[in-house]
Design a protein around this ligand. Sequence first.
Ligand code: KG4
Ligand code: ZN
Length: 349
Amino acid sequence: MLVLGIETSCDETAASLCRTDTDTPWKVAALSSVVASQIEEHKSYGGVVPEIAARAHVEAIAPVIAEALTATPERPGLIAVTAGPGLAGSLIVGMSAAKALAWAWDVPLTAVNHIEAHAYAPVLEGTMPSHPFLALVVSGGHTLLAEVRSPDDMEILGQTLDDALGEAYDKVAKFLGLSYPGGPVIDSLAREGDAGAIRFPRAMMRSGDFNFSLSGLKTAVIRHVADVEARGADLPPVADIVASFQAAALEPIVAKSIAAALDRGLSDLVAGGGVACNTALRASLRRACDEAGVRLVLAPGSLCTDNAAMVAALGAIRHAAGHTSGLDADIHPNLRLGSPMPGDRLART
Ligand code: KG4
Ligand code: ZN
C-alpha cells in the first residue's frame, strides 16, 4: 500500500510517500521525504514563533505535498497525519490538508502521535527493534524514556521536569550568541572544546527515578559566564563552555537510559528526536550500550529530526492494526506518548 504522511507539528512542513506491505507493515520504504524548514523565518528570534510557524505552514503545505506525490503517479491508499503533540496553529494546517485529501480521494485517515513516530523511525531503515523496547526521545519539545510494548501499549518511565534537551541546547546557544538552532552548532563546536574545562552540575543523577531536569544547567552556564565577567577574568573559549555544557547535559540522559533498560529488562534501546543526531550522544550511547549488553537502534540523522516518513510509517503500522480516524479527526496539542488517540476507530483487534 502507498501511504502519504503529513507532518506540521512545529516548524517543519513535511510530506512523504511510503510504500508498505499490508501483511508486514513493519516493512516500509520511503519513496519521497520532503521537508520544508522554517529555520530562516525563526532565526532572528532564536526560537520558534508559533504565529510565524502557522503562516509558513499554510504557504508551504500544498507545494510540499505536491512534491512528495511526484515520486509515483499511483494514488495513496492511506493518509497518516500528526495529530499532536505540537503547536495548535501548526498542527491544524497538516490536519486540514490530510482531511481534505482523504475526503477528495476517498481513502482512510490515520492520526499519529508525533513522539511515538520518533520512536518507530528506524523501521524506515529496515531496523525493527524487538518489542518490548526502550525509547529515548530527545527533541526540541520532548525528553522522555518510554517502554514500548507495542504501537498500542507504551508507558512513560521518566521525562524532563522542565526544559527539553534540545531546548537547553538552543537556549545555551542563544545566550552565547551562537546561531539558531543551537543543537547542531554546539555539536560541531564542542568537538573542538575541552569537555572537562568547567564542571557543570549533572542534574538528578541520584534521584532514584528516570526523570531529568535541564533548566538548572542552563542557569549554571549563564551564572558561570557572569561570575567570570564580574571577576574581570578571561572567559574560557566558547568551544570549552559548550563542550562542558554538553557533557553535563548528556551524562544523565545516557546513564538513565541504561538504568531504565536494565531495570525493565529491555534488550533494545531506540533513540530518536532531533537531539539523537548529536554525535557525542550517539557515541556515548553506543559505548554505554556495548558495556551494558543493550542493542542500540539509531536511525540516520535525517530520520531523527522532524520528517513525514516516520509519520507515514507509524500510520501504516497503526492502520494495519485496525486504527482509522475518520474525517472528524482533530488535533491534540498536549497529546502524551501512550495515550489513546481521541476519536480513533478500531476496525479489528
Ligand atoms: O525532533 P526535532 O526536529 O523537532 C522537535 O520535535 O522538537 O528536534 C529539534 C531539536 C532542536 O532543539 C535542535 O537544536 C536539536 O533538535 N538538534 C540537535 C542536533 N540536531 C538537532 N541537538 C544537538 N545536536 C544536534 N546535532
Ligand atoms: Zn520531533
